[in-house]
Design a protein around this ligand. Structure first.
Ligand code: S3P
Length: 164
């Protein structure tokens, strides 16, 4: 069975919307970041510091593969999962929705959150650079795009349901 897969940048609300969607549809919910933390017994930030981003992406690929193989509910991916070509290929055939937001919304939601290692130094600049590298990849894997700026998780959830 195809899963509903949420992609999009960090802080866009994939976990919150994913839980609401799963609850509404009466299906299970999984978050590949949570799966990685549970399997590794370390935080994402610790994995980045200890082993670097490429090692994290390899763990993430395994987590995405496992989540999609074991589960047909709602799956939220980490914001950078789409960077890996093999991870993107795993998404084929699933109902992938890109939750998007503009830079000011991103700074409002994530700017002070140093637990997110990729935005810790200069959030606005780092955000723009991340999105330049990633926007086309989110668009490439998604069957629908839902803008989240200024909207509540419930409104976004409704738009995802409308889009599928
Ligand atoms: C990352 C996003 C994070 C987490 C890690 C890397 C990224 O997930 O996977 O910190 O590269 O954008 P969220 O999008 O759930 O915050």
């Amino acid at each position: 069975m195809p899963a509903i897969v949420l992609v999009g940048p960090m802080g866009v609300g994939k976990s919150t919307v994913g839980r609401l969607l799963a609850e509404y549809l009466g299906v299970g919910y999984r978050d590949t970041d949570d799966d990685i933390v549970a399997a590794q017994g370390r935080t994402i930030a610790e994995i980045f510091v200890d082993e670097g981003e490429p090692a994290f992406r390899a763990l993430e690929k395994t987590a995405v593969r496992t989540a999609l193989a074991e589960h047909d509910g709602v799956v939220a991916l980490g914001g950078g999962a789409v960077l890996d070509e093999e991870t993107r290929a795993l998404l084929a055939g699933h109902r992938v929705v890109y939750l998007s937001m503009e830079v000011e919304e991103a700074v409002k939601r994530t700017g002070l959150n140093v637990a997110r290692p990729l935005l810790a130094v200069n959030p606005r600049k780092q955000w723009r650079e991340l999105m330049e590298a990633r926007r086309h990849l989110y668009e490439q894997v998604a069957v629908a795009v839902v803008a989240t700026d200024g909207r509540t998780p419930e409104e976004v959830t409704q738009s995802v349901l409308d889009a599928l």
